[in-house]
Design a protein around this ligand. Structure first.
Ligand SMILES: Cc1ncc(C[n+]2csc(CCOP(=O)(O)OP(=O)(O)O)c2C)c(N)n1
Ligand code: SF4
Ligand SMILES: [Mg+2]
Length: 344
């Protein structure tokens, strides 16, 4: 039996990496996986555990990052890793954190901060597992991070559309046809703000993109340091599902930010902070036209000028009309007042 210790629910203090040269060399997600060439989600896994370090348990729901990472008798995971059912990242995170806490409280395990990270895809997290993630984010007594890697489809089962698939994209469930060009007519879910606004005691919610690797790792480190249940949403270019040359993954991540389609920010204790090029946009720098991003991807190859204009107008609205630009889609109070009283 482990030595009896007084349990304290402390978290590891993970200081931010101050620049790329300060990033640790050790890897906890190494060779042995079989993701596609240029898979950004695999890079996200690698950066996520590099940021958290060796005292980490990772739990992963079904999807590419389970299937391609655990081919029979091979695995890239150096830290303890467990598969969980497709919609269960929230429950797995909470249960593991609660289990560790119980064992440490009873003195059955040495009392020390251990990072618990559960990842999920957009299908498993933003669609099927949303209820479990929501429940977890209300349990402030447990330290665990849920990281949603968003490749914008149910990729592992051959690119079916999810609630996170962008408007108009060609997926196996939304192939453009002659009679109807745009089959998928819904706008993408706004997952991170929904979770931030809906869980006032969740202390940290952030968005990331692996094209900005140091920033991404530092947000993981911040989430784990601040503790309680926390949530990070990562946008991950996927060469197979998005249909582009794998060498463009990094560039597409950058373009998603520079066009304003996917803003980078964090919400810590209710305080919103924009990051990098998103901050520059908020401060007045122009956004790149969405066509520069969309037309590099085969999933939008059927787009006409009309479709591009519609997409651009929707993104413009995020920045020009939303109460909190790029984040909260309520119309601005001044615009709402003007609509009620044309004289004001
Ligand atoms: C309950 C359940 N329904 C369906 C499946 C089949 N399935 C396995 S992976 C997957 C896609 C998951 O998509 P996502 O969470 O976005 O992860 P990705 O494959 O894109 O990495 C599906 C539908 C399953 N494993 N379990
Ligand atoms: S389909 Fe996409 S997410 Fe899945 S392994 Fe390939 S590139 Fe990665
Ligand atoms: Mg997915």
């Amino acid at each position: 039996m482990a030595e009896a210790t007084t349990f304290s629910n402390a978290t590891q203090i993970l200081e931010p990496f101050r620049g790329i040269k300060r990033v640790t060399l050790e890897e906890y997600f190494t060779s042995g996986h079989r993701t596609c060439q240029g898979c950004e989600s695999a890079l996200v896994m690698k950066l996520m555990v590099k940021a958290s370090g060796p005292r980490t348990i990772v739990l992963g729901s079904t999807g590419c990052m389970y299937v391609a990472n655990t081919t029979y008798y091979t695995t890239p995971w150096v830290v303890p890793w467990m598969h969980t059912q497709l919609g269960s990242s929230g429950a797995a995170a909470l249960g593991t954190a609660a289990g560790l806490k119980a064992l440490m409280t009873k003195g059955k395990m040495k009392s020390e901060p251990i990072n618990v990270i559960a990842f999920c895809g957009d299908g498993g997290g933003a669609d099927m597992g949303l209820n479990g993630i929501s429940a977890t984010l209300t349990h402030k007594e447990y330290n665990c991070l849920i990281l949603l890697y968003d490749n914008e489809s149910y990729a592992n089962t051959d690119i079916q559309l999810s609630g996170s698939t962008p408007y108009g994209a060609n997926t196996t469930f939304s192939p453009p046809g002659k009679a109807k060009r745009i089959i998928h007519t819904r706008w993408k879910k706004n997952t991170a703000p929904m979770l931030a606004a809906g869980h006032p005691e969740c202390r940290y919610v952030a968005t990331v993109c692996a094209s900005y690797a140091v920033e991404m790792m530092n947000k993981v480190r911040r989430a784990l340091t601040i503790g309680g249940p926390t949530f990070i949403h990562s946008l991950d270019p996927c060469p197979k599902g998005w249909d582009y040359d794998p060498m463009l993954s990094h560039e597409l991540g950058e373009l998603a930010i520079e066009t304003g389609i996917f803003p980078l920010y964090e919400v810590e204790d209710g305080q919103l902070r924009y990051y990098g090029k998103t901050k520059a946009i908020v401060d007045g720098r122009g956004r790149k036209p969405v066509r520069e991003y969309l037309l590099k991807q085969g999933r939008f190859a059927h787009f006409t000028e009309e479709d591009l204009a519609y997409f651009q107008a929707k993104v413009d609205e995020m920045w020009d009309k939303w109460e909190v630009p790029g984040v909260v889609p309520f119309k601005r109070m001044d615009a709402a007042k003007a609509a009620i009283d044309p004289k004001s």
